[in-house]
Design a protein around this ligand. Structure first.
Ligand SMILES: [Zn+2]
Length: 526
């Protein structure tokens, strides 16, 4: 039993294992954190623009991770690199003791999404190169600014707790988070505050809309022969790939409505006059719950077996990624939402709205409402029978292992198709910068809530244990020895990196990336 009085006169009353800050004091902290974030707006802009300019794909986030960890070390965080056998994964920690609050966000880009920011039509920086066609350049900068704003207060007030920052490596491949869970990266963590770019400030709890998935590559092996001279001596692996592809397209009609499945052929053989000995096809198989994802995977295995029988080839498969359907924590989401209401949406400029409306028009959207000006409601669970599928995020795996929420922040323009050059347009403009500042304020305030009100963490775990996982258990799709697919995207980056390097942002020479590229903001069709 003791009472500690901080420099600002915080009364921390420690009794029967409970510590709490007086609400008025917590409000002062939150106001101070918001001001701190505002003061770091320039730092946020530099980090957002820098990561945007790297434009790296999943597992190849080499410059991105080098840059972000250097920032974190500069600010006193201890960084552990190469987490879970992924060269671009890391964990950065500051502080000590409980609670441990883990702030995460994704860092990878999208193929073919190179795009000049602030320009409301397709205009690549490097034709064919990847880019931030999802806005994953903004989330870790948001978390860094939020953490720094809280760190100042923790240092001065001697608040116990550990801040842990971590990147969603290869989120577009659902390639990392299930591995982090398997390898115990979150074993001491109390709450995960994840954040993902959106077009409003929002948060939800319960079963989310959308799907989980397994990402599986099937490889067939046959025998080469002269395609004209002795085709009867060959066995074509490409035939097996094509039959599996056709088979899946037929089967699709007889799958449940919420499913999503898509594939690409990653190897179609070497050259036409040599019967292809090896060929590969890569599927994303998505469904809204674990048993149905597993069912689809079993169907695909059977189909591979059938294609191999038809072509007299052999098959193997490898899991390249996996993401669980998401379930977010109610008490934490309610805490986040209260802070969202405090912070509110950014005050968009006329230039911001002009860019947004011009892009919505460019894409042929029936209406051009521009940027969000009204906050979303707090979203509750989506009933399984109402979930008609959609995208996935491997944050789902984390959400089934400890209390987790995703804060969405307004750094992008509503009404975009996603995974497209158009989603990169706002991602290094004042829209992204202001969205990050708003999101960082919410994130910082929520961390302060968790640091000073342990009862939130207690009810978060109560919800997690006694509601969320009471009847539904996490059954991972990967095994103890499943390696992460860190070879992915290496060839694409090898092809484009030298050209992309010429356009990396240099904040010592240019105020913004827009300035470096010589872009007038906004640039719209005349
Ligand atoms: Zn994403």
């Amino acid at each position: 039993m003791r009472a500690a009085v901080g420099a600002l006169g915080l009364a921390l009353v420690l009794g029967s294992g409970q510590a709490f800050a007086q609400p008025a004091r917590l409000d002062t902290y939150k106001t101070e954190a918001a001001r701190g974030v505002d003061e770091m707006a320039k730092l946020a802009q530099e980090m957002v623009d820098s990561v945007f300019s790297f434009g790296e794909l999943g597992f190849q986030e080499i410059e991105t991770s080098k840059y972000l960890t250097a920032q974190l070390e500069k600010f006193g965080f201890t960084v552990q690199r190469g987490v879970s056998g992924m060269p671009t994964a890391w964990v950065a920690k500051w502080g000590s003791g409980k609670p441990v609050i883990a702030l995460g966000s994704d860092i990878d880009g999208i193929p073919q999404a190179s795009q000049k920011p602030g320009v409301a039509f397709r205009d690549p920086i490097v034709e064919g190169a990847p880019g931030h066609g999802e806005g994953h350049n903004t989330g870790v900068p948001l978390n860094i600014v939020a953490a720094l704003a809280v760190k100042r207060i923790m240092e001065r007030e001697k608040l116990p707790g550990t801040l842990m920052l971590w990147p969603g490596v290869a989120e577009e491949l659902d390639g990392a988070k299930a591995w982090y869970i398997r390898d115990g990266v979150f074993k001491d963590v109390d709450v995960v505050l994840f954040t993902h770019v959106g077009n409003n400030l929002g948060v939800s709890w319960g079963d989310g809309a959308g799907t989980g998935l397994v990402s599986v590559e099937y490889t067939f092996t046959g025998e080469t022969a002269h395609s004209a001279g002795a085709p009867w001596r060959g066995r074509s692996a490409l035939d097996a790939v094509e039959l599996m592809s056709a088979g899946w397209q037929y089967r699709r009609e007889h799958l449940r409505l919420p499913q999503r499945s898509h594939h690409v052929i990653t190897n179609g053989g070497d050259q036409p006059n040599v019967v292809p000995r090896n060929a590969s096809i890569w599927f994303y198989l998505r469904e809204i719950d674990q048993p149905h994802i597993k069912q689809m995977w079993d169907i695909a295995d059977k189909m591979a077996e059938g294609a191999a029988l038809m072509t007299n080839t052999a098959w193997t498969s490898r899991i390249l990624g996996t993401g669980y359907p998401q379930h977010m924590n109610k008490p934490v989401a309610e805490t986040v939402y209260a802070n969202i209401q405090k912070v509110g949406l950014p005050q968009w400029s006329e230039a911001d709205q002009t860019l947004a409306k011009a892009l919505q028009k460019e894409l042929g959207n029936p209406t051009q409402p521009g940027l969000a000006v009204k906050l979303e409601e707090l979203r509750g669970p989506v009933k399984l029978e109402d979930n008609m599928g959609g995208g996935s995020d491997d944050i789902g795996d984390i959400s089934w292992n400890l209390p987790t929420v995703t804060l969405r922040y307004p750094s992008n323009i509503p009404g975009l198709p996603g995974h497209n050059w158009s989603s990169a347009i706002a991602s290094a403009t004042p829209i992204a910068h202001q969205g990050v500042v708003a999101g960082a304020k919410v994130q910082a305030m929520t961390v302060l809530d968790l640091l000073t009100k342990p009862e939130i963490i207690t009810s978060a775990w109560d919800y997690f244990r006694n509601v969320q996982t009471k009847d539904v258990k996490y059954v991972p799709f990967i095994k103890a020895d499943t390696p992460p697919a860190i070879h992915l995207n290496a060839e694409i980056l090898a092809k484009y990196r030298e050209e992309m390097k010429k356009h990396y942002y240099d904040p010592t020479k240019y105020k913004t990336y827009l300035e470096q590229l010589g872009i007038e903001y906004p640039t719209i069709r005349k």
